[in-house]
Design a protein around this ligand. Structure first.
Ligand SMILES: C[S@@+](CC[C@H](N)C(=O)[O-])C[C@H]1O[C@@H](n2cnc3c(N)ncnc32)[C@H](O)[C@@H]1O
Length: 285
């Protein structure tokens, strides 16, 4: 018989991530479920990105009656979550407008808008989702000035507005606290028996010992160490901690005092289809 916490309760709402996100956790959800504690109180996800685990747990009714805090350093992403929670009709209306007008010139016009000047979160959300669905590889990519710079993708019929899924996301986000904050601040008040799932930018699989002086998207070795310290501090308080990272010696060194489980993930590690392979990841608890 399946463990109690893996049994599905009645009438789940199936909401899927509304954006494709680098490092999305869809492929490793079964492994993450196996590492979850049997019970927990407040659920925190401080690197939420596309939120694959959050939406999955919601669809299994495993977060019913739980306090939930999702956060990320990406303000546009958090404004998008807030708009879906608070004004999903506004988001859908704007996305339908983008969908109607979608063409090459329109894409580049939207891409170059000064999105942070928008007062209304629904405008930010429609900008964010439209570009995510139509840009090359579905990538969210910005330059040093935080300007979106991925080119348009070659999709025949991009799913710009999945209204049904957005409405389901709206429903499951209703009681969720959404914070724009760095990972070390978000779970600061976590208490014994809460659960914090950390899914940071990974130590690159190609990292050599020089990684200790190299920054990967603003997340270098210092941040990896800081994250380990935060995980350690939480664990000492009796908080359940679960963390994903690459299966790299540096990660094993950082988490010597934790339980580190290796998993294999089928993931594209190279643009060429022939070079796709299994990449090692770990789940730390
Ligand atoms: C690997 S992704 C998370 C993927 C996510 N679990 C999913 O399923 O899509 C890492 C996330 O960490 C965020 N991030 C990077 N540095 C951060 C920091 N210092 N504090 C909080 N979030 C950060 C990024 O914006 C990104 O959304």
């Amino acid at each position: 018989m399946a463990p109690q916490h893996l049994l599905v309760k009645s009438s789940p709402i199936i909401a899927k991530p509304f954006v494709k996100w680098v490092g999305g956790k869809r492929r490793v959800l079964p492994d993450l479920l196996l590492s979850l504690p049997t019970t927990f109180d407040h659920y925190y996800e401080p690197f939420v990105g596309g939120g694959a685990l959050f939406f999955h747990l919601r669809s299994l009714n495993l977060l019913d009656d739980h306090k939930i805090t999702l956060s990320d350093i990406n303000l546009r992403l958090i404004r998008t979550y807030r708009a879906i929670r608070d004004d999903v009709d506004g988001v859908i209306e704007r996305l339908e407008h983008h969908k109607k007008n979608h063409c090459r010139d329109y894409f580049y016009g939207v891409r170059d808008v000064k999105v942070d000047a928008y007062q209304n979160d629904a405008d930010v959300a429609a900008w964010f989702i439209y570009l995510n669905k139509t840009a090359f590889n579905g990538l969210y990519r910005v330059n040093k000035k935080n300007r979106f710079n991925a080119p348009m993708g070659k999709y025949k019929n991009p799913a710009i507005c999945d209204a049904a899924n957005l409405r389901n996301c709206h429903t499951v986000l209703q009681t969720v606290e959404l914070l724009h904050t760095p990972f070390d601040k978000a779970p600061i008040d976590a208490k014994k028996d809460d659960l914090v799932y950390f899914d940071p930018p990974y130590v690159p699989v190609s990292a050599t010992s020089s990684f200790t002086s190299y920054t990967n998207e603003g997340f270098g070795y210092e941040e990896q160490e800081r994250l380990r310290d935060v995980a350690w501090m939480l664990r000492r308080k009796g908080v359940n901690v679960m963390l994903s990272n690459s299966d790299h010696d540096l990660v094993h060194d950082l988490y010597q005092d934790f339980d580190v489980r290796q998993i294999k993930v089928g993931r594209a590690i190279n643009c060429k289809a022939g070079s796709r392979g299994k990449v090692g990841e770990v789940i730390v608890t």
